[in-house]
Design a protein around this ligand. Sequence first.
Ligand code: AMP
Length: 296
Amino acid sequence: LIVQGLVYLQYFNYSMQIFRIPSQFHAFCKESGKSSSIGFVPTMGALHEGHLALVKKAKSENTIVVVSIFVNPLQFNNPEDLKKYPRTESEDLAMLEAEGVNAVLIPDPALVYEAPTALSFDFGNLERVMEGAFRSGHFNGVAVIVSKLFHWASPDRVYFGQKDLQQVRIVETLIRDLSFPFQLVCCPTFREESGLAMSSRNRRLSETGKIKAASIYKSLLDAKKRLQDGLPIAEVKKLVSLELEKNGDFKVEYFEITDYETLQPLQTLHSSSKVALCIAAFLEEVRLIDNILIEF
Ligand code: AMP
């Protein structure tokens, strides 16, 4: 009986809590936050090693880790993309439990958007480029959902991936402008051995597609080398699209060479430039994004 009791206690103490009702998740986080620091990792599920790297980082810096899984309709400009977004809830939960995550919020959409959102966000020039320019309303949707999630999780630190660099800048701006009382921790992009940035959307690629998709990262590395060799920005941009599109597999939506902080396109480079190379390209009708950072 004692052993059974201990096993139960251990299970009771360490099992991951799953919440579907945001107010209950909020109550859990508020109570836990009294004696623990909370690291929060928002996701859209279909989890992979990249997400788990964020969870591991959060675990190393906080007493407890909470994760949200929510495919947020408000940030999808393309209904087909929303419909086809992979959903793998039971695998996701098993992965999070194995990482020792304390609580997961998988909110009922009707409780997230109890009424249509009247508020809308405008991040100025930061959202006039790249993802914001090509996915109308995307960052408004991101800002609305992360604001709600931040209130519910009331974290000490929030964890985002450099894979979505523009999202990092947008959320940093949101945190600053609305005085959320915590910092964003930006984690490096986790890649397959081939160099392909891990992404939930990679699941929609065929096996050959996955091999071809590694060319995106390669094109970023080639561009970096050319810039370091002194090739002008305009030339480097032209070559990236030309080379990726030459076999007819890829359609490049944008490739930008931008200032690392403002994400505004650069015309020339200086000796102290901090630069982000950012790309979005379609392969097998799947939209893939990636970026790398360079310092001169
Ligand atoms: P998502 O589920 O795609 O919304 O991603 C949730 C979080 O995981 C975001 O902060 C992403 O930037 C981050 N993330 C996605 N893929 C990767 C990756 N390959 N490496 C690091 N972070 C990632």
